[in-house]
Design a protein around this ligand. Structure first.
Ligand code: ATP
Length: 351
């Protein structure tokens, strides 16, 4: 099922939690709502589920206007962070419960629950109570319970936050597998960029209730719409050095070091950030751009070097046969990809 959100606004008294949000979600996709705490992700999800109604705007499921339709009629499956299983019921009873409410005959209920349990790999523990399951297993049961009704839309609100780091990775892969196997349109809420990058067809990145960019994960990383998007994605975080534009040259720090990066149509004396990913730095002793080494450390397979550029400590993955020493002067150049220039005030992208 396709979803259309048209100019959605949600106000709580004088606080605007979601502002003029417009997006279309294609049928069968897994789309993640990503952003820092308080950016309006849960509010948006609650409007999709019918727990909240928008102050302005329209929500369509295919061609149905569901803006003010009750949750029960929307045909959605919901999974929250705190599994919310019924503790006194077995796994089987928990999964069957939504079908019992819908008065599905007992034989069919059990057959459908069994199928779902197999899909999420909890079919070997149907008679256990939630208290006898691990966190990951409980979340699997919660997903089975949400899917057993064959919803048109699956909504997942930070479903992995209660799990430890390893289990989170395992479960996010599981969610993706289950989603692909069922083909159900899914909206996933998280503030974890790595989680979003790894499982989504598309990501919607939000800030203060406003959609910043809606794209494929890799595109968001490679072509950030603004400084906020570039800062939010990537590990290690993108490097940022303050600068100023003069004659199309980006000059860094108080000493106005020529970064060798050029921009077009940016007025002189515009304050900017030069932002670059660690993987976009090249050790290049023929470059006129010089930097001072602070520290070299091995991170798994990679060697990461911190160095001072334009008065700021930044980091880059640099391949060097010789070990770089503290305070050593090195030449630096940049690859074409992963290097951006943003307006210092507005975050608008110039390069
Ligand atoms: P988190 O990741 O912390 O859950 P979020 O991105 O899901 O955050 P929301 O919970 O949607 O953010 O909140 C968005 C904004 O709306 C916040 O400023 C929040 O304080 C406000 N807000 C949310 N619910 C209400 C409410 N019922 N009454 C008043 N303000 C609210």
């Amino acid at each position: 099922m396709k979803i259309r959100l048209e100019h959605i606004v949600k106000r709580f008294d004088d606080n605007t939690a979601v502002n003029d949000f417009t997006a279309e979600i294609e049928s069968g996709e897994l789309v993640t709502l990503l952003g820092p705490s308080g950016c309006g992700k849960s509010t948006m999800l609650n409007m999709l589920s019918g727990i909240l109604y928008p102050t302005e705007g329209k929500i369509y499921f295919d061609d149905d206007d569901v803006t003010f339709m009750s949750s029960e009629k929307r045909g959605i499956g919901l999974v929250f962070q705190n599994y919310a299983l019924y503790p006194h019921m077995t796994v089987l009873e928990n999964i069957c419960f939504p079908l019992e409410i819908k008065k599905v005959p007992k034989k069919e209920r059990i057959e459908r629950a069994q199928k779902m349990a197999e899909l999420v790999h909890v079919d070997g523990m149907m008679n256990r109570k939630p208290g006898q399951l691990s966190g990951g297993q409980q979340q699997r049961v919660a997903i089975a319970r949400a899917l057993v009704k064959e919803p048109r839309l699956l909504l997942l609100d930070e479903p992995l936050s209660n799990l430890d780091a390893r289990l989170r990775i395992e479960m996010r892969e599981e969610i993706r597998r289950i989603q692909l196997e069922t083909g159900v349109t899914t909206i996933f809420v998280t503030h974890d960029q790595e989680e979003a990058m790894s499982i989504s067809d598309h990501i919607i990145l939000m800030k203060l209730g406003v959609l910043q960019q809606y794209d494929k994960p890799q595109y968001l990383y490679d072509q950030p719409a603004n400084c906020f998007v570039a800062d939010f994605l990537g590990n290690p975080p993108i490097n940022k050095v303050e600068g100023v534009v003069k004659g199309g040259k980006v000059l860094l720090g108080v000493e106005e070091v020529d970064s060798q990066v050029r921009v077009e149509n940016v007025p002189d004396n515009t304050k900017v950030y030069l932002s670059f990913r660690a993987e976009s730095v090249v050790l290049d002793n023929s470059s006129p751009l010089k930097a001072k080494v602070v520290l070299t450390s091995v991170m798994g397979k990679e060697i990461i070097t911190s160095f001072i550029l334009g008065g700021k400590e930044v980091r880059g993955y640099m391949n060097s046969d010789v070990e770089l020493k503290r305070d050593e002067e090195i030449g630096i150049s940049f690859k074409k990809s992963g290097v951006f220039v943003f307006d210092f005030e507005s975050g608008e992208r110039y390069l």
